[in-house]
Design a binder for this molecule. Structure first.
Ligand code: MRU
Length: 355
């Protein structure tokens, strides 16, 4: 089955599929400067929490590879500036900060062990490639755990795009759907278009269609109508940051879907890797919500659809844990009370630094 490739490390640089242009055009860019990688993250050439993490790790490796530092001390100063630039791109998806922390830890380890610049450069490229490669295994495991919770037959709803484009593996929420479909479950996916950036219409519809999985595209204001029909067996979305108590930030619109799911007795699930957990914050109230440009609301792909009036664009919202039936991770399925179940799964990794 077709799996999109949003990002790759090559000898020429970091290659990214421009997700702003999908589905009309499939254009790849090759970035040779870490500042370009940072801009690509900010401008949404690459998006989706795990894929942003991969991009940040590759950005660090690229920055170090291209550095003109003459010794390890100079490199340390430059390394800090590279990480700082990449950290300032998007504030909500914690995978970005997870990836930067991981690259920092590797850099510290290397600079303690050697003064050989070439060795440090090579090792950081390997680490970024590893971050990328691990996403594939992670998504496969999330898919296997989550598929058990999908209906044998019926409709499944998602939100935004948590597919291969968003993770560099098979996807988290769409990975669950894909595995369930490959197991022979007769799933039909309802895809809300996900205004204002249209990740549902442009990206999820494209991925499912390419993968041969049946879908129906709906507008965001049809969600309640379809959930009330009694035909939707489950909802599964991705996440950008999950607090210690299970409160989950995901694409704007997810919260209202979760509330409507509860009203209509449809189980609402989150699918996310351990790297999306932020156990350093107790609840969703502490999750920083990215505010994007109002022009993304007043315009669609450059075409004005509203008068020149103020418009708001919070890019994410937080779904309180009480609406979440389970969280599928690569280490198993977490259920309430999440403070205990998530901590148990995360035990092996250090707590994350909030961005
Ligand atoms: O603004 P985006 O497109 O980066 O937002 C993406 C989402 O909200 C996804 O659902 C989330 O990052 C999970 S991707 C596996």
């Amino acid at each position: 089955m077709y799996v999109a490739q949003p990002i790759a490390w090559t000898d020429q640089g970091v290659v990214m599929l421009d997700q702003r242009r999908l589905p009309a055009d499939e254009i790849n860019y090759t970035y040779t400067d870490y500042r370009e990688v940072a801009k690509a993250i900010r401008d949404m050439v690459v998006r989706g929490a795990p894929a942003i993490g991969v991009a940040a790790a590759m950005g660090v490796a690229l920055g170090v590879q291209k550095s003109r530092a003459r010794n390890v001390e100079e490199l340390k100063t430059e390394f800090a500036a590279i990480c700082e630039t990449l950290a300032k791109t998007r504030p909500t998806a914690v995978d970005l900060f997870w990836a930067l922390e991981r690259m920092k830890a590797r850099f510290a380890e290397l600079t303690r062990a050697t003064r050989e610049m070439e060795q440090i450069r090579r090792a950081l490229v390997e680490e970024a490639k590893l971050v990328h490669a691990e996403k594939k295994d992670t998504d496969d495991a999330i898919g296997r755990y989550g598929a058990e919770y999908m209906p044998k037959e019926g409709q499944v709803m998602t939100q935004c795009n948590a597919g291969a484009l968003a993770t560099a593996g098979i996807g988290t929420a769409l990975g669950v759907i894909r595995v369930a479909y490959e197991q022979g479950r007769k799933i039909h996916v309802l895809v809300p278009e996900t205004r204002p950036y249209l990740q549902g219409a442009r990206l999820t519809a494209w991925e499912l269609h390419r993968g041969g999985i049946p879908l129906t595209l709906i507008t965001d204001n049809m969600v309640g109508h379809f959930l009330k029909s009694g035909k939707v067996g489950a909802i599964v979305t991705g996440a950008d940051r999950i607090a210690a108590n299970g409160d989950t930030a995901n694409k704007i619109g997810t919260y209202q879907i979760a509330v409507l799911a509860k009203e209509n007795n449809v189980p609402f699930y989150i699918a996310a890797p351990i790297s999306t957990l932020d156990l350093s914050i107790a609840s969703g109230e502490q999750i920083p919500i990215e505010e994007r440009s109002a022009a993304e609301v007043t315009h669609i792909q450059g075409v004005r659809i509203a008068p020149d009036v103020p418009a708001a664009h919070p890019a994410f919202d937080v779904t309180p844990n009480r609406y979440i039936a389970a969280i599928f991770t690569e280490r198993g399925v977490a259920k309430a009370p999440y403070t205990e179940s998530l901590r148990k799964f995360a035990e092996e990794i250090p707590a994350k630094v909030a961005g």
